[in-house]
Design a protein around this ligand. Structure first.
Ligand code: SF4
Length: 720
């Protein structure tokens, strides 16, 4: 509680941090200062918020550390400058690079924390104005595999189900998700459901005994990198036990081997290689446990899967997502209350802001692809630019964008609201690129990335500006402006508007207020099946978010897609996957391939990275709040006691961590909850920059890096 007097007025809003998208109530005092925060009882989270959300007011009250004036690097140092000087320098540099090396020499790296209106505007400016498809952002690092997985399986991105399904599920399959720490209100909702019905079971698949795993009825601590073996083996077992839905399989599924449709019999033959007894050893769990997991999954009345980075940040991230979706299709655990595959989101607006606006290097708004001529033509017409304006070649995805900086191919880059110098894997290598490139960073506090920038622009934060977030379950929610930004800070939309004007695209970027951009974008959405034309600011000011599709202002929104109630499902059809030409979803035959990161004598441990409950992302905001800092402490390398004993390490020792990408030092923590052979580190602490040693290999289709599996050696670091 910020001690600045009593609350004069409560305002409905949304938490600034994770993709749970909790509704919050913000208490403002008579001087219009934010002094209290509590969960919104009427929102989907029913008043529950986590430790991070409940200290948002403290983070917002920290104005001493805010960036309040533009800064330009002169003789190696960042010095204060006027907005005019900063914007003149940026525009000149971008124009020079384009004149010398073409529009592909400039780019934009955005964030799942910008408002939808901001990402939409940046995407339009770069792709339809500057003619550079080098538009990517941090959602590439956390959910690109889920987006591709959904699109390939159902023909459209974004989850079919909703949080509401938690209240109806009888089995929860949590894979690669530490829900307890990363999405606490959702985990609490799962536990409430479990307490209300003794039949409810929780299965957790995670190499670590996380807080989530502690609450499981069945925890399978699989060897990092092997869980596609498990999913295929569970599918084998489900079919072997007869726990599949024959009618659903016959009427609503096509089986596909990646090239052509095949039969259900072919699929069974493919799965024959994944008999539990044959793969259990490589997976690191017993055949009996695999069969038990499959039985629990298939035998429940309604099974809900929830997953995040443990599945997405993998070399086979897309295959894992496809196969998880397949488990729901084959068993018919889909399109009814409690039965759904729901991929959870790390950032507040990665779904609505980046995936749906198409602000990735291969995409255009509302599920369109750069590579498809018809999609480019549609967007050129909708944006009112000449046919052929949009470059048909996709731009650089995140990793290749930073690589292009290293190779001096990307000369200028505008980074907004994110901290890649801390969050990219193989960080030292790509930081070198960030130093070479003319880097413009708009942010709110100093970060590892602003330290490398040539120009730093002070940005407005959260309720200092207005805009829409779209969270995990396709729910759009409005954040209204309640306070002014400090000093000379400006909203990212204002920055983009001025940049567009100075670059000569003021006519293209005509909408300059959040409301006007939203009006343009919601109209545009009506030309697609991501239709949210009915979601207006006026409605969002009154309602607790609305789930799309929502084609008209009298439409209530859609809780579950592809079934009755979805406006795009033809009348009389119970299931219809309208993203596919024949309305059938696709079950792909997805073979397991060993990850490149394998253990060896030289590197005998797997390193996996993740989050802790009281810190968020790279910690740029949450590390500034005392309660959160005290709760998390500094980041450490966490080892099982057996490994610590073997390595001669004890709690508090300094250790050297070495991978094929580099080495770093870090303090050791010992925990029984780690699995022998697996070490863990959180990535929120710039003084423990674990991404220096994390592998930057990525999924070949989603281009999402495989943060979860890196082979390392750990040794005691001797004092000099
Ligand atoms: Fe905010 Fe996420 Fe915590 Fe909800 S769960 S309060 S959205 S950080």
């Amino acid at each position: 509680i910020v001690d600045e007097g009593p609350v004069a007025k409560w305002h409905k809003s949304v938490c600034r941090y994770c993709g749970t998208g909790c509704g919050v109530m913000l208490g403002m005092n008579k001087d219009k200062k934010l002094v209290r925060i509590r969960g919104d009882q009427e929102a989907h989270n029913k008043g529950v918020i986590c430790i991070k959300g409940s200290t948002l007011d403290k983070m917002m009250a920290n104005r001493e550390q805010r960036l309040t004036k533009p800064m330009i690097r002169k003789e190696g140092k960042l010095v204060e400058a006027s907005w005019d000087d900063a914007m003149t320098l940026i525009t000149n540099k971008f124009k020079e690079a384009i004149a010398a090396s073409g529009p592909e020499s400039v780019g934009y790296y955005g964030s799942g924390q910008l408002y939808a209106e901001e990402s939409y505007t940046a995407n339009k400016l770069f792709k339809a104005g500057i003619q550079s498809n080098n538009v990517d952002g941090n959602p590439r690092l956390c959910m690109a595999s889920a987006a591709v997985g959904y699109t390939q399986t159902f023909g459209k991105d974004e989850p079919p189900g909703a949080y509401e399904d938690i209240d109806h599920a009888e089995c929860f399959f949590l894979i690669g998700s530490n829900t307890y720490e990363c999405h606490p209100p959702l985990f609490e909702r799962i536990m409430i459901r479990k307490k209300s019905n003794p039949k409810v079971k929780i299965i957790v698949i995670d190499p670590r005994r996380t807080k989530t795993a502690e609450h499981a009825d069945l925890h399978l601590a699989v060897i990092p990198g092997t869980d596609l073996l498990l999913l295929n083996s569970m599918l084998y077992t489900l079919i072997e036990m007869g726990l599949y839905d024959n009618e659903f399989v016959n009427e609503h599924i096509n089986f596909n081997d990646g090239k052509q449709n095949v039969s259900f019999e072919d699929y069974k033959k493919f799965l024959a290689d994944y008999k539990p007894e044959d793969i259990a050893e490589e997976l690191g769990v017993s055949a009996r446990e695999i069969r038990r997991a499959a039985y629990m999954f298939g035998n429940s009345k309604a099974t809900m899967s929830l997953w995040t980075m443990g599945i997405n940040q993998r070399i086979q991230g897309v295959f894992l997502n496809n196969t998880l979706n397949s488990m729901h299709l084959v068993t018919g655990h889909i399109n009814r209350p409690g039965a759904t595959p729901l991929s959870l989101t790390g950032q507040c607006n990665a779904c609505g802001g980046v995936r749906d606006t198409g602000s990735l290097s291969h995409m255009l708004p509302n599920g369109r692809l750069i590579a498809k001529e018809q999609h480019r033509n549609e967007m050129e017409e909708l944006w009112g630019v000449k046919k052929g304006t949009i470059n048909p070649k996709p731009g650089y995805d995140a990793i290749n964008m930073f690589k292009a900086m290293v190779e001096d191919k990307l000369k200028c880059c505008l980074v907004m609201c994110t901290n890649p110098a801390q969050s990219v894997p193989n960080a030292d290598y790509y930081r070198e690129g960030m130093e070479k490139c003319f880097l413009v960073v708009a942010d709110v506090f100093e970060t590892e990335t602003t330290k490398l920038a040539d120009v730093v622009l002070p940005a407005a934060l959260y309720i200092e500006k207005e805009g829409v977030y779209g969270q995990t379950e396709r729910r759009y929610q409005l954040i209204e402006k309640l306070i002014d930004p400090p000093g000379e800070a400006r909203s990212d939309l204002e920055i983009l508007g001025e940049f567009a004007e100075r670059m000569g695209y003021g006519g293209l970027i005509k909408a300059r207020t959040p409301h006007d951009v939203w009006e343009e974008y919601r109209e545009l959405s009506s030309h697609s099946k991501y239709n949210f034309k009915g979601i207006t600011y006026e409605r969002l000011k009154e309602e607790r978010g609305i789930q799309w599709p929502c084609p008209s202002e009298d439409h209530p929104g859609t809780v579950r897609r592809y079934t009755e109630g979805d406006p795009f499902v033809p009348k009389g059809k119970k299931h219809y996957f309208y993203g596919k030409p024949d309305g059938k979803a696709v079950v792909f035959l997805r073979p397991y391939i060993k990850t490149k990161e394998q253990l060896s004598e030289q590197r005998p441990l797997f390193l996996t990275t993740g989050r802790v409950i009281s810190q968020w992302h790279t910690g740029t905001m949450t590390r500034l709040v005392d309660e959160l800092k005290n709760s998390s402490g500094d980041a450490c390398l966490v080892l099982h006691p057996e490994d610590a004993l073997k390595l001669g390490l004890k709690e508090g020792d300094m250790a050297k961590i070495d991978s094929s990408r580099g080495e770093m030092m870090g303090k050791v923590k010992i925990s029984e909850n780690e699995t022998p052979g697996v070490v863990f580190a959180a990535f929120y602490d710039p003084n423990f920059l674990v991404n220096k040693v994390v592998s930057d290999d990525y999924d070949p289709v989603s281009k999402e890096p495989a943060y979860k599996v890196t082979a390392v050696s750990v040794s005691k670091s001797l004092p000099l």
